[in-house]
Write a protein that binds this ligand. Structure first.
Ligand SMILES: [Zn+2]
Length: 287
């Protein structure tokens, strides 16, 4: 599902094909005829032509767990964590660098592969008994060798919100570690027992002291650094209110007009791979 306003990392063209995960013979056939994306620390080999992912035939893939990503009309796709291949005219790149530049198929494959390999790399043991776990069902599960319990990939929900005055201004903040002059939307993790809408109200209050209302969902994007799902919102606060950074997360937070953001162009805003950019750009465009 993709369109001009789909967040960059929410694009995909492959079918995740859950049925094949459950069928070992189908999974083996998919592997033999499939294409393999090698991932190392969140990066894959990307050809300058396109740019596009470098996909290997199964015979050329490094040894390692085969993580099934799905299929389309032309091929089946797997990810394997391992040493990246070398090719002329190609280099290792991560989602932050190339996620917005890849086509729908490759963006979807890379974000799926990075999220899945991140999880497998950090969950080698059973959370119940501590024994080693192993990959099952094409990589969509890890199973405990001692007690047979199944463990599913973890996704951490976070909210990210553009706060406006309901008219021509919005509130953006900046963290000290960001490039000079960069501002972006407020964001934070959803806490246990909390709705996403409650998290929006709480996070804005914690980070800036502002009280927001009219919290409206705008769309989501996976953000596998290492395992977040960003839930995008727009919210309104009193235009007379003054944001004050308070919880130590932000070094500055202030109002910007649409003209200020447009004239600053890329210098001020987050990169197009982020859902923050999508939220701000939609608002600037009156969408
Ligand atoms: Zn166990």
């Amino acid at each position: 599902m993709s369109g001009d306003r789909t967040p960059a990392l929410s694009r995909s063209a492959a079918d995740r094909d859950a049925a094949t995960r459950e069928d070992p013979a189908a999974l083996e056939a998919a592997w033999v005829n499939g294409k393999v994306l090698v991932v190392s620390d969140g990066a894959a080999l990307v050809s300058d032509d396109g740019p596009s992912l470098v996909l290997l035939d199964a015979d050329d893939a490094p040894a390692g767990d085969r993580l099934y990503l799905g299929r389309d009309d032309t091929s089946s796709y797997f990810a394997v964590a391992g040493t990246l291949p070398r090719r002329l005219g190609a280099r290792p790149l991560g989602l932050r660098e190339v996620g917005a530049l890849l086509d729908d198929r490759d963006a979807g494959l890379l974000v799926h592969a990075v999220g899945l390999t991140n999880w497998h790399a950090t969950h080698p043991h059973c959370a119940r008994c501590g024994a080693a776990t192993e990959v099952a069902r094409g990589g969509s599960v890890r199973r405990c060798r001692a007690d047979g319990s199944e463990h599913f990939p973890r996704t951490d929900p976070a909210v990210i919100m553009l706060v406006t005055d309901g008219a021509d201004r919005c509130v953006l903040g900046r963290q000290a570690v960001w490039p000079a002059g960069r501002f972006s939307t407020l964001a934070g993790f959803v806490e246990p027992g909390e709705s996403a809408e409650q998290a929006v109200v709480r996070e804005v209050a914690e980070e800036t002291g502002l009280a927001v209302r009219e919290v409206v969902y705008r769309g989501s994007q996976p953000w596998p650094f290492p395992a977040s799902l960003m839930l995008g919102f727009r919210a309104v606060c009193d235009g007379d209110a003054v944001p004050h950074p308070r919880d130590g997360e932000l070094e500055d937070a202030r109002w910007f007009t649409k003209d200020e953001l447009r004239s600053a162009k890329g210098a001020l805003l987050p990169t197009p791979v982020s859902i923050a950019w999508r939220l701000i750009t939609d608002w600037l465009d009156g969408v």
